[in-house]
Design a protein around this ligand. Structure first.
Ligand code: SME
Length: 166
């Protein structure tokens, strides 16, 4: 049985160190990317308070053309939009720019895609490999301004760990 749980610390950096350790232990010896994304989505949900969605969108071909777009991957939360074009919404902006998107108020973000009406703030971090975005990690919260720079740095470290494992 796996029993990865956050410790008692209230320190955000410590919480992410524990989360990264658990993610490293779960994914180090597993080559299947879906299994690794599924377990990491579960860890994000388990370790981070005040979320209503945590998971992955992968870069993959569109249905009727070889153009790339974001396609829903493993997640915890309510069913979500399946395909997101590059440059659209918070996830598509992160994928197109390759830059973390920390959004305090999703209603103020141009083109935000409301998959769950409860979402108020959002953090999206690209996962890159060989200089290309291969996926994004998406966290949603029902609280405004839930995410800080400490969350951005923690999830960026997680994205770096996962680069060769998803
Ligand atoms: N809100 C995201 C879409 C994905 S859901 O939040 C799960 C966006 O604007 O890209």
């Amino acid at each position: 049985m796996y029993d990865f749980k956050p410790g008692e610390s209230q320190d955000v950096a410590e919480l992410y160190r524990e989360l990264l350790g658990a993610a490293d232990a779960l994914t180090a010896d597993e080559p299947d990317s879906v299994a690794n994304m599924a377990n990491v989505a579960a860890l994000l949900w388990e370790f981070l308070p005040d979320l209503n969605w945590a998971g992955f969108y992968r870069v993959a071909p569109a249905k009727r053309s070889p153009a790339l777009e974001l396609v829903l991957g493993p997640f915890v939360g309510r069913p979500a939009c399946i395909r997101i074009p590059f440059g659209t919404g918070v996830c598509g902006t992160a994928a197109q720019s390759g830059a973390t998107q920390l959004v305090e108020d999703v209603h103020a973000f141009p083109g935000h895609i409301a998959c769950d009406a409860a979402s108020q703030s959002e953090l999206v971090v690209p996962v890159t490999r060989d200089g290309r975005v291969i996926a994004v990690i998406d966290l949603d919260s029902p609280h405004p301004a839930r995410f800080t720079q400490a969350d951005a740095q923690g999830v960026e470290a997680l994205a770096a760990l996962l680069s060769a494992r998803i």
